[in-house]
Design a protein around this ligand. Structure first.
Ligand code: BG6
Length: 472
């Protein structure tokens, strides 16, 4: 059997896309409470305040806040070994910079962890999944301000101490590399500053996130040796569009831009590639005494990543060929099919990148997001037949099997994305569904929020029960 005993099968979510209860229990708003709904063709818009009369889909999301017992029971029924979730920072510190935490918020997650324990489900907690408190974005320009390192650290100290008996696996930042894709607001809660280039803002904000992550890892190693703290890389993985020498260089450059983040979090220093990248962008990182030492001391225990697709790198990329799915202008790969949202489906690509990451860092890997966003139809008798999702997942699980058994990769687990339907991060739609459980909610916010098991629910249950052997 390829999958080791104790392999962490499960599903993944994020507070902002799943939890709802945005203004309950003393919670403050985060930047995702002020993002509009969008669609495959219409970009979502971040506002700096919550406006009357605007529909913000993440406010209710799919309401884990009021359904957590029912949802965790469903996860338990599927046999989940782990559940990836994030803690909403603004539920613990409503503004983000307070001294004293919000007890009601702390209690909510404690109740969730207790519920998970009943089913022997190990939480895998993302400390920040794009959910910077809105106040910190407005008052400090988010992660561009070094002050956020301390605010985040205080938040981390608080949750580490409170949840030390419930949580062992932590991820410091979701898809940390996404800060450098286009606009840094989603991942960095920061905007362009007059007289400073957007690249300077982006990479300085990323530096602050590296420091915050390193401090977190250091704290865990010193005070909570039972913890394992990982980094989380957004799966923006590139293929060369052709074997043209310039496409090869472009492919290497595009992948280095992602590995930049792994290098900093796994090796703990700005290496030659990092320095070259910063130089090419005219960025000078403002460092303080002790930063370099801290980065070296706070390297992560494992690497987790999301994997949905690959993207073709080409020197002559034609923006008209842009993939809706990646948001990056790139030509289509003629050997692959794509989802309805333009994400090119490439299971073998996952094997390539598992090997690439393992070869580079020799750290345990964890696939913490993967899945098919698709339109599902709820039948009159309350069923959802989703063979397309089963096919997608099966092919990726087969590849993980080979990566373990044939390539010798140390893979800790697999949590497919949006295990219970939630709001799409990219488009804000409800109809782009990933889950094993259908939630009755539409793009306009209508629906009972009632849960229905899809066909993939029973399939995944079998997969987990057989530890990845039975994929039929
Ligand atoms: C990842 C994010 O980029 O992809 C998730 O970490 C997100 O938050 C997931 O939901 C799928 O993307 P989308 O846009 O289909 O929700």
């Amino acid at each position: 059997m390829a999958f080791p005993k104790g392999f962490l099968w499960g599903g993944a979510s994020a507070a902002n896309q799943y939890e709802g209860g945005w203004d309950e229990g003393g919670r403050g708003p985060c930047i995702f409470d002020a993002i509009t709904a969008g669609s495959a063709t219409q970009k979502r818009e971040f506002h700096s305040e919550i406006k009357e009369g605007v529909y913000y889909p993440n406010h209710t999301a799919t309401d884990f806040y009021h359904h957590y017992k029912e949802d965790i029971a469903l996860m338990g029924e599927m046999g989940f070994k782990t559940f990836r979730m994030s803690i909403g920072w603004s539920r613990i510190f409503p503004r983000g910079d307070e001294e004293t935490p919000n007890e009601e918020g702390l209690k909510f997650y404690e109740d969730v962890f207790k519920e998970l324990k009943k089913y022997d489900i190990e939480p895998l907690v993302t400390i920040l999944h794009y959910e910077t408190p809105l106040y910190l974005a407005n008052e400090y320009n988010g992660w561009y301000s070094r002050k956020l390192v301390d605010f985040y650290y205080h938040y981390v100290e608080t949750i580490f101490e409170r949840y030390k008996d419930y949580v062992k696996y932590w991820l410091t930042f979701n898809e940390i590399n996404c800060i450098a894709i286009g606009d840094p607001y989603m991942a960095g809660a920061c905007k362009k500053v007059d007289g400073v280039s957007l690249d300077q803002v982006t990479y300085q904000a990323a530096h602050h996130q590296f420091l915050a992550s390193a401090k977190t890892v250091k704290l865990a190693h010193e005070k909570y040796p039972q913890f394992k703290v990982g980094m989380m890389l957004g799966g923006l993985f590139f293929y060369p569009n052709t074997c043209h020498p310039l496409d090869m260089l472009e492919f290497q450059k595009m992948n280095y831009q992602q590995f930049y983040f792994c290098d900093l979090q796994c090796r703990g220093y700005y290496n030659n590639h990092a320095k070259a990248l910063l130089k090419s962008k005219g960025v000078v990182i403002q460092m303080e005494d002790g930063d370099e030492e801290l980065l070296r001391q706070g390297t992560v225990d494992f690497i987790s990543f999301s994997y949905y697709m690959t993207i073709n790198a080409s020197v002559s990329a034609n923006p008209e060929l842009a993939l809706a799915g990646s948001g990056i202008a790139s030509p289509r790969n003629p050997y692959l099919t794509a989802t309805d949202w333009g994400m090119e489906i490439n299971p073998e690509g996952m094997r390539y990148f598992l090997n690439e990451l393992y070869d580079r860092y020799q750290l345990p890997l964890f696939v913490v997001e993967n899945g098919l966003g698709a339109v599902d139809e709820l039948t009159e008798d309350g069923k959802v037949h989703d063979p397309y999702r089963i096919d997608y997942l099966r092919e990726h699980i087969k590849v993980m099997d080979k990566a373990i058994s044939e390539d010798g990769i140390d893979l800790m687990g697999y949590t497919s994305w949006g295990c219970i339907d939630c709001i799409s991060a990219g488009t804000g739609e409800m109809k782009k569904r990933y889950g094993y459980v259908y939630v009755d909610r539409d793009d306009l916010g209508n629906g009972s929020l009632k849960r229905y098991k899809k066909d993939s629910f029973d399939w995944y249950k079998k997969v987990i029960a057989s530890n990845g052997e039975d994929l039929d």
